[in-house]
Design a protein around this ligand. Structure first.
Ligand SMILES: Nc1ncnc2c1ncn2[C@@H]1O[C@H](COP(=O)(O)OP(=O)(O)OP(=O)(O)O)[C@@H](O)[C@H]1O
Length: 203
């Protein structure tokens, strides 16, 4: 269970999120939606431990995030990030970008690339493939180790509807707690929960 208790956040005294209290069920698929500027990315950064909120507390299975003794290890082992700024390493191939974060055998990595329809690009470098293909490679890297939590910010921003559905389908099929921020959730066919933000407040 992931729990947010009275989370608020301000940037330079400007209040961006206000008094958010939420419980996210284990192994559920959740979408944070809202207009541009409503605070989706900020909320996702907070629940994924990348940003410390100005106020409030975050709990993972009852343990306050501040009290997790090795937060880097927790992130490496338990969390998969699909963030737009989370770039692939340019001097490594698609395959190598994924192989560097996992002990999984090559066959399994290639199988995941196949599911994402980018297996034929395994030996290409990031600047030799399209933005949407890079995005799918980043998704593969985030989920290869089957993390307990997956946080994704506009994971299908560069993808057409078929590839969006593939990515959402893969994320939904994982035994993970998934939180996706997107301004357009019309493409997500089934979700356990839609969390809507308006001007930094839950609707
Ligand atoms: N690092 C920052 N410093 C100052 N203000 C910021 C920062 N990051 C975001 N903001 C502001 O906080 C507000 C919420 O931004 P956020 O990115 O969380 O919204 P969003 O709903 O994800 O928007 P979008 O859909 O456009 O990505 C915006 O007004 C934004 O300008």
């Amino acid at each position: 269970m992931l729990r947010l208790e009275h989370i608020s956040h301000s940037y330079d005294k400007e209040i961006i999120l206000q008094d958010i209290t939420l419980e996210i069920e284990p192994q559920s698929f959740n979408v944070i939606t809202g207009e541009s500027g409503s605070g989706k990315s900020t909320l996702l950064s907070i629940v994924s431990t990348l940003l410390k909120p100005t106020e409030g507390k975050l709990y993972f299975d009852g343990v306050e995030s501040e009290k997790i003794s090795d937060l880097d290890r927790f992130r490496n082992e338990k969390v998969g990030f699909v963030f737009q700024f989370h770039y692939l390493i340019s001097h490594l191939t698609v395959y190598e970008n994924i192989a560097m974060v996992t002990k999984k055998p090559k066959k399994e990595i290639l199988h995941l690339l196949e599911k994402l329809d980018i297996k034929v690009l395994a030996d290409k470098y990031p600047d030799q493939i399209s933005g949407g293909q890079r995005q799918r490679a980043a998704v593969a890297r985030a989920i290869i180790n089957e993390p307990k939590y997956i946080f994704a910010d506009e994971p299908t921003g560069n993808l057409d509807s078929v590839n969006s559905e593939t990515v959402f389908g893969l994320l939904r099929a994982l035994d993970a707690t998934v939180i996706v921020a997107t301004h357009d959730h019309s493409r997500i066919i089934s979700t356990d929960r839609v969390i809507t933000l308006k001007d930094g407040v839950l609707c």
